[in-house]
Structures are given as C-alpha cells and as structure tokens.
Design a protein around this ligand. Structure first.
Ligand code: UDX
Length: 435
C-alpha cells in the first residue's frame, strides 16, 4: 500500500520505517529540512535499537523516502498517518498546535481520496476535529475518512514493540477505513482490536493512566512497607504472582517520568475537567508521583541533617535506562533540591549528559564515570538503573567515598548483596542495611 507519514519524531519515524519493512511504500514528510536530509542519508536522528539498520535497508530497497514537500509526499497515498507531537499545554491539556498545522497542510495539498490515521496521542474527540479542519480547508475535491491507531511503544524498545506488541488498536466510525487499516497491519501478525474512533482514543489514555496508577500504587505500598518493617520486593513478588494483578510495573522507585506518563495522566484529568468530571484516583496518582521524587532527598536529609559543603554523587540522570531523554526525569527535581540544600553535585550518566546540561541547574558538575563521580563523595544517590550503574560494585563505593553512604532510588541491589559490604544502604520500601 502507498502510505504517507507526517512527522518524523520518535513515533512517526518508527511507524514509517516499520511499515516500510512490512512491504508498504512509505513517504515520510517533515518540515525540518536538515532532519529530512539526514534521514535520506540513512542516519537516524534518535537512538532506538535496530532503527537505523531498518532505515538503511528500506532506503536501499526504495520502500521508504523522506521529504519536506507535502504535495509530492501525499501524491497517490491511500493512507496518511499523522504522527506530530502533542506536548503538554500550560493548563495540563494536550497542545494541538502541531496537529492543527499538519491538518491544514494536508488539506491544502491532498489531491486524492484517502484515510487519515492519527498516531499522535490526542484527547477524545480530536479525530473528529481533525476531520473538520481538513474538510474545511480542502483545495481539491476529494473525500477523506478518519481513523485512530494509537501507539504503545516504549522508548528504547520501540522497534521491538512495533513487531512484538500485545495488540494493535484501530478505531474508526467508517467500516471501510477499518478494513483498510486491518489490511495494512496484517503483516505485524498481532491481535487487532477494532473499535470506534472515541474508544480508540480512550484506550491509549486509559492504558497509560492505568500503568501510571500501578507505579504510584506500588510506590505508596513501598513507603508504607518501609515504615512498618516490610520489604517491598517480597510484597511485589507476592502480589504479582496473582495473574489478575500481574508482575510487571510493580518496581518501586522514585516515580515515573518520560514523555508519556506524566503528560498523558495530566491530559486525561484535564479531559475530565472540561466536562466537569473529577478524576480523584488519577489526581492522586500524579500527586503521589510528585511526592515520590523528593522522598530520596528527604531520607538523605533525615540521615545527614546538613548538606552544606557536602559532595553528593548523582548516578543516572535520564528518566529511565537506555535513553538520553530527560523529559520529566526525577533527576531534575532531585538535583535542584540538593543544590538548594547547599550540596556540591557531581553527576554521571552514560548517555544523557548533553541533554541534562540543557535542563539541570548550571551548578551541577559532570563526571565521565561512576568511579569518578563517587570519588571523595560524602553521599551517593542512584536515580536511574543503568546497567553501568547496577554493575558498579559496592566495593567501588567503599573504596572511593569518605564513608560509603548510598541512597538507591531504583532498588538496584538486593539486600543480601549489601550485607557485610561496608556500605550503608538506603533504598525504597526496604529496611536500611548497615553493611
Ligand atoms: C510508556 C509506555 O510504556 C508506552 O506504552 C507508552 O506508549 C509511552 O509511555 P516509556 O515512557 O518509554 O513508555 O517508558 P516505560 O518503560 O513505560 O517507563 C515509564 C516510567 O515509569 C519510567 O520513568 C520508569 O522508571 C517508571 N517505572 C516503570 C517505574 O517506576 N516502575 C515500574 O515498575 C515501571
């Protein structure tokens, strides 16, 4: 099939390249000339495992191409995917500026009947709005249909998730559009949920909100476990073996970050607000998550009292491992608080330093390795469970620090490992070990 994808951000690029891999002819359109040139030369602007290889293979086979020209890009396409960003607006709702602009651009240049497929995460009802914008601005006499096909990709494993996801959701109020999308996606060989437009939009928000709830829930249980002398590792394992609960997303820590969960939970609350429907569960999910970010520093202050003049090593800055993404990373709030308390902060992250420098306070110092960061430190804090950080041995803390005092916000070590290590170890939802 002939497909256009508008927007070559993380969702659009992965979608375009993976659809090409299935054998479709894909033209990706982006307004950023430099990015388009880079992509046409086989270089991916983002790091996603396996993406650049697939990009190069499909460029070579002429299955995928990149352009800044709408007219050329939309020519003869049976489907046009909308995959532009929907950042968080000032009031917490999704900002639709890019969606509106892309819809107008499509309308201006579309010369044949097509199905518009929304990949971007958009508030319920937006697909109908997109259809209105396009229909109101069409230059040529053509008919469009609209469908929603939300993505559930995790950063870092987006290509894998595209081919091995749990389900594909397609929603439309038009039977033919549904059939076309079903045919396009058949090659993925995954279960397909067919539904109406609004339910598809809702599935995306409800799924992310549920996962965010699971994280805030386990964090709340962790905080309580700690206070009453239980161990959250055991609690989560015991809970997760119940298939109705499920074992995944029960890792306690310093809360969720990233480009999706914080934004989407706030957006769904704001959808409710617009129609005067309160969502107390989700409001608390957001509040618990905010609180969770400061918990590690609160613990530290309780133990050390005064951070003035103390050197704190911060290990891990990105919102999760295997990405350089700093969006809504707990490290932002944590480093700000540490500096406010008068600490000297030396941070290490295997890949996120360049992005971290753009968002963390200017006083943060950076180290090239975990060894260098903890050298001569009074306290070390783990914020992201990178392999390099999990594998940095406890003896490394003991040998390099004044007194090995480690606060682990991601429960990277099991408690047996820490016993007799010479490290005083504070983690989330588990007893303190004076190793
Ligand atoms: C998420 C969803 O998984 C994906 O389906 C959606 O399309 C986009 O949002 P992503 O943001 O890439 O993907 O990261 P994910 O791996 O899901 O982790 C999100 C955050 O939750 C991270 O900050 C992570 O540290 C945190 N998390 C996750 C926990 O604190 N505990 C857990 O058990 C799981």
């Amino acid at each position: 099939m002939k497909i256009a994808v508008i927007g070559t951000g993380y969702v659009g690029l992965v979608t375009g390249v993976c659809l090409a891999e299935l054998g479709h002819h894909v033209t990706c359109i982006d307004v950023d000339q430099e990015k388009v040139e880079k992509l046409n030369s086989g270089k991916s602007p983002i790091y996603e495992e396996g993406l650049e290889e697939l990009l190069q293979k499909n460029l070579h086979n002429e299955q995928v191409e990149f352009t800044t020209e709408y007219q050329q890009g939309l020519k003869d396409k049976q489907l046009v995917y909308l995959a532009v960003g929907t950042p968080q607006g000032e009031d917490g709702s999704a900002d639709l500026t890019y969606i509106e602009a892309a819809s107008r651009d499509i309308a201006e240049h579309l010369e044949n009947d097509t199905v518009i497929v929304t990949k971007s995460t958009v508030p319920v009802g937006t697909n109908e709005y997109i259809k209105e914008i396009i229909e109101a601005n069409l230059v040529h006499e053509v008919h469009i249909k609209i469908a929603s096909n939300p993505e559930f990709l995790r950063q870092g494993s987006a290509v894998y998730d595209t081919f091995h996801g749990d389900r594909i959701v397609i929603g439309s109020d038009d039977e033919e559009a549904l059939e076309l999308l079903e045919a396009v996606n058949a090659g993925f060989n995954l279960p397909i949920v067919k539904t109406d437009l609004r339910s598809a939009e809702m599935i995306k928000y409800a799924s992310n909100a549920f996962l965010a709830t699971k994280i805030s829930f386990i964090n709340e249980m962790a905080n309580l476990s700690e206070k009453i002398g239980a161990n959250i590792d055991h609690v989560a394992r015991g809970m997760g073996m119940d298939k109705r609960i499920g074992e995944s997303f029960l890792n306690a820590g310093i809360g969720f970050g990233g480009s999706c969960f914080p934004k989407d939970t706030r957006a769904i609350i704001s959808i409710g607000k617009e129609i005067a429907y309160d969502m107390p569960i989700l409001e608390n999910v957001v509040d618990v998550n905010e609180r969770q970010r400061s918990i590690i520093v609160d613990k530290l202050l309780k133990r050390v009292y005064d951070l003035k003049g103390k050197k704190v090593a911060v290990l891990g800055l990105s919102f999760k491992p295997n990405t350089d993404d700093m969006r809504e990373a707990p490290s932002i709030a944590v480093t700000e608080k540490l500096l406010e308390e008068g600490a000297t902060v030396v941070a290490y992250d295997p890949v996120a330093v360049a992005n971290a420098k753009k968002v963390l306070p200017g006083q943060v110092n950076y180290a090239e390795s975990a060894e260098e960061a903890v050298q001569g430190a009074d306290v070390a804090i783990i914020l992201t469970e990178w392999k390099q950080i999990k594998e940095f041995p406890l003896t490394g803390y003991k040998e390099r620090m004044n007194k090995a005092l480690l606060f682990d916000g991601r429960n990277c070590f099991n408690l047996d490992q820490v016993k007799d290590s010479g490290v005083e170890y504070h983690s989330i939802g588990r007893p303190v070990i004076y190793g």
